[in-house]
Design a protein around this ligand. Sequence first.
Ligand code: NAD
Ligand code: IPM
Ligand code: MN
Length: 369
Amino acid sequence: YMKANITLIPGDGIGPEIIREAKKVLEAVADAYDHEFIFTEIDMGGCSIDKYGVPLTDEAIEIAKKSDAVLLGAVGGDVGNSRWYDVAPNLRPEAGLLKIRKELGLFANLRPATLYPKLVSACPLKEEIAERGFDMVIVRELTGGLYFGERYTKEVDGVKTAVDTLVYNENEIRRVAKVAFDIAMTREKKKVTSVDKANVLDSSRLWRSVVEEVAKEYPEVTLEHMLVDNAAMQLVKEPRQFDVMLTENMFGDILSDEASMIAGSIGMLPSASLGEGSFGLYEPSHGSAPDIAGKNKANPLATILSAAMLLRHSLGLLEEAQRIEDTVEDVLDSNYRTWDLKSPGIKVLKTSQMGDIVSEWLTEATAID
Ligand code: NAD
Ligand code: IPM
Ligand code: MN
């Protein structure tokens, strides 16, 4: 029996729809295993701007801090066309997300990308590449780099000029590198590919040397360095070569969207943002998908799989986490998909139906065992 406090952040767009389904699954886990999960919802993003004028209030952050883990949907609106963006950058929806990551010390973002056997046909790569499959985890630095450096726009000699700065210190690099090597040690291939732009950037040269240093403490792990432009290309050429990919904030943001698509859909890719302890924030790697919001169309599996990561990392409920992952695989094996993975011979479910089927099958499977 376990009692745990979980903060839910539905957010904007499809956020509330996918969080509703993940909560259903967590409730099914609680019932099946006799745990007690206490859910508290907070506002973040555009919905918080509408209510309080800021994307994340101090009260909300306190609630998150006091809980055992946070499960987030997504925040943000249509960036080019929304009232939430005619304000200073620190008042926009995404600023709430950056603030919660920073204030909770969540410097390591784990984004596992696996091609499920049943989704091989959904992979946009050539069949012979897709058929060989892949199983990688991207470890993305999350509280440094371009996202958190000084930025401003000003006139220089009458010309509008914008500045963003990319800063890393050796401690920030070392702690996230250790996370990547620790994960590699738990995996079969035990390989870390560190992705940088050391042919141009000072921050990347420091990154490389610190990663080299950390690697010395892990003699069983193979380390390789790769330039980010090549990495983007290698991901679609031969994704199987990657095991653990370690990279800085912005590169990791971009490469993880690429990795999600070769896994079939961005609606499948979960993530965990971790700090020093067991606390974590879990969220799908995708955004608020304003184009399909409110249509009961979004794929909730990335969020449901993020809930599984929450159970494993923050609550230590390994069997329960595995049960969610196995059930998702069973559902895919039975050819149920949401609209984003539509193809011939597939039964297309609504967002809420996908949440129902995962919860029901999980309950049944647990009862049989
Ligand atoms: P997005 O990930 O929201 O959407 C990109 C495309 O993928 C869209 O066509 C969308 O319909 C599709 N998609 C995304 N998630 C899906 C799902 N679960 N099921 C089916 N299809 C899905 O990226 P975007 O359009 O560039 O950004 C939209 C908004 O989301 C922006 O405001 C952005 O800042 C924000 N965003 C938030 C987060 C977050 O909260 N963690 C992450 C990324 C983007
Ligand atoms: C993500 C998102 C965020 C990021 C945005 C919304 C700030 O794209 O979680 O991948 O870039 O980190
Ligand atoms: Mn992103």
